[in-house]
Design a binder for this molecule. Structure first.
Ligand code: O2Y
Ligand code: MN
Length: 602
């Protein structure tokens, strides 16, 4: 094994804890070499060349897609694996009923056996990274040890990496210890373990996405939510966007939607034709994660801890998200999409018609109309195929992405995918009522998802798979933050997915969603019309600007309707869900449920 500390190209850090941890993990994984990532452009080129030489990535057509690469994962390694993801807190109760739990001792032992010698003959890369601008009071440092160049190349896009992070860390700085090995990519030995009390993440036998880019879901949500509770801030599964009003003033919204509900598209929204004359502009701060703190002005301020987007490819096109299409034209890694003959890429519902031939996400020859033995059409790109792309390349990126104090949040928006029940938009009565609205958020399963279609799944604050501790304590933490805030953001709920009797969407979505954001921000400034209902305030029909949108009065009424019968059923379903948190559910949430139930019965 290479010398750890003495060589010229070794680490330039005085952090003893870091050096000892790296040497300890190297003793366990037994890599051939250890390479410290310093973050330069020359290093990036070296890594790319090496990854191309080993076949880990394919260099794409550099004329058409400069700086772009292609990667395929193992066939059984295509998405986050929630069933193999554990919170290893000392006490089982601290993980709560929504997480898988494993005792820390058992976790270290079980995964330790898989890590043992897993990097023999391989390089261990040491990736120091910062979530958030380096040196911001919001930011956290992590160090990921990995045997995958693909992970290193992705981490370089999604986070700030290298020597500058080590310099900031200094001799005494704290960091999250992130250990990853592809090992044998054996799904039967795959484990994604979080040890919140040790500020540690261990991920083994996976090579893809949220399982291995440990700065993302593992650190920025599961570990960060645990730290945020201790330190008095919020780590949330939220996009952050700025809406620039016609007078040049920008207001910021943070919004939580369950995975695969269009957060990236909303964060990069382009104003619809009808509203263009008003001169609105959208600024993207983040598409997935928000870290929010109470600042000295008593308001809630947010940063996006990431520096890239890891977006779903299928369905990304010039209609759904023109800004994403522009962002991914260069310096992007495409994973599990179709590789075309000219070394460009394609996916279902992109701007181009399907090519006459190509290699699919599994590396098999593909052409349009290809069917499997059951007669189902074979997809060219996997449904969860993705692009990893620098946020700085997005035409709508906000310069505030790099601001150490982030952006002030005027409104928090929760959203679900409901065919019925939830109206297009409503405003909660108070922060406490808003926390109850977020805690009972739900979506219905679509035909594309595994399981019974239409089944309601609760996903509080869109954090169900990502909260690193007991969600009852998490709701309590939200309530405490509300008590500390002097300038309290209003909390809203939206549902873009309501259907008519024929099963057609009532709301057009996409850029038209700005009409709803406009109403939300007007409500924050208390200037616009709303009617009180048992569940909150909904827009009066004339308070929404519908210029240029051909939506009948009847359909608008249906979108805003509160059906008491449906809602009373919804309340029963919510009650069953809330009961699962047992004695940990804050009494304030029960009180909000009871009051809403009473209002609906009146
Ligand atoms: O499947 C994966 O590994 C990625 S999941 C993901 C990626 C980007 C943003 N959000 C998500 C999510 O599951 O919420
Ligand atoms: Mn997400």
């Amino acid at each position: 094994m290479a010398s750890l500390f003495s060589s010229d190209d070794g680490p330039k850090t005085l952090n003893i804890k870091l050096k000892l941890w790296v040497s300890g993990m190297a003793a366990l994984c037994k890599p051939e070499r250890i390479v410290w990532i310093e973050g330069s452009e020359e290093e990036k080129k070296r890594l790319e060349d090496e990854a191309v030489a080993t076949g880990e990535v394919i260099r794409l057509n550099q004329e058409k897609l400069p700086g772009c690469f292609y990667h395929r994962t193992a066939v059984n390694d295509v998405a986050r694996t929630e069933n193999l993801t554990f919170i290893c807190s000392k006490n089982k109760k601290d993980a709560g009923p929504t997480n898988n739990w494993m005792a820390p001792k058992e976790g270290y032992k079980k995964a330790g056996a898989y890590f043992k010698g897993s990097m023999k003959g391989r390089t261990m890369y040491v990736v120091p990274f910062s979530m958030g601008p380096i040196g911001s009071p919001f930011s956290k440092v992590g160090v990921e040890l990995t045997d995958s160049i693909y992970v290193v190349l992705n981490m370089r896009i999604m986070t700030r990496v290298g020597q500058k992070v080590l310099d900031y860390l200094g001799a005494e700085g704290e960091f999250t210890k992130c250990l990853h090995s592809k090992a044998e990519l054996d799904i039967n030995k795959r484990l994604i373990l979080h040890f919140p009390e040790d500020n540690t993440i261990w991920s083994v036998n996976s090579g893809y996405g949220g399982n291995v880019l440990l700065g993302k879901k593992c650190l920025s949500l599961r570990i960060a939510s645990f730290l945020a509770r201790q330190e008095g801030w919020l780590a949330e599964h939220m996009l952050i966007m700025g809406v620039e009003e016609p007078n040049g003033h920008v207001e910021y919204i943070a919004a939580a939607f369950p995975s695969a509900c269009g957060k990236t598209n909303l964060a990069m929204l382009i104003p619809p034709e009808g509203l263009k004359v008003k001169g609105y502009k959208i600024w993207t701060v983040g598409d997935d994660i928000a870290w929010m703190r109470i600042d000295t002005d008593g308001g809630l301020w947010a940063i996006n801890p990431e520096s890239g987007f890891f977006g779903v490819a299928p369905g990304t096109n010039s209609k759904t998200n023109p800004n994403a299409v522009a962002t991914i034209k260069k310096n992007t890694i495409f994973t599990n999409v179709l590789l075309k003959k000219d070394f460009t890429v394609w996916w279902e519902n992109s701007d181009e018609l399907a090519p006459s031939e190509g290699m699919d996400w599994q590396g098999r020859p593909w052409k349009p109309g290809l069917k499997d033995e059951k007669g189902n059409s074979i997809k060219a790109a996997h449904a969860n195929s993705r692009f990893t792309t620098p946020a700085a390349q997005c035409p709508s990126i906000s310069f505030r992405l790099e601001h150490h104090h982030g952006v002030p949040i005027s409104a928090i928006v929760f959203g679900g995918r409901r065919a019925h029940v939830a109206p297009l938009v409503y405003e909660s009565f108070s922060w406490q009522h808003g926390v109850y609205v977020g805690a009972t958020m739900a979506s219905e399963r679509t035909a594309a998802q595994f399981g019974e279609q239409g089944e309601v799944r609760r996903d509080p604050m869109a954090m169900l798979p990502f909260c690193g501790y007991h969600m009852g304590d998490y709701f309590k933490h939200w309530l405490t933050i509300g008590q500390r805030l002097e300038k309290v953001p209003k909390i809203f709920h939206v549902n873009w997915f309501r259907l008519d009797e024929q099963g057609k969407f009532l709301w057009p979505g996409y850029g038209e969603n700005l009409r709803i954001l406009e109403w939300i921000l007007d409500r924050c400034n208390k200037s616009t019309g709303a009617q009180k209902t048992p569940i909150g305030y909904v827009p009066t029909p004339d308070s929404l600007d519908m210029t240029g949108l051909h939506l009948s009065k009847e359909n608008l009424a249906k979108l805003l309707e509160i059906d008491k019968f449906e809602w009373l059923q919804e309340m029963e379903s919510q009650k069953e869900f809330l009961k699962t948190f047992d004695d940990k559910l804050p009494k304030e949430i029960w009180k909000e449920w009871e009051e809403q139930n009473r209002r609906l019965q009146e």
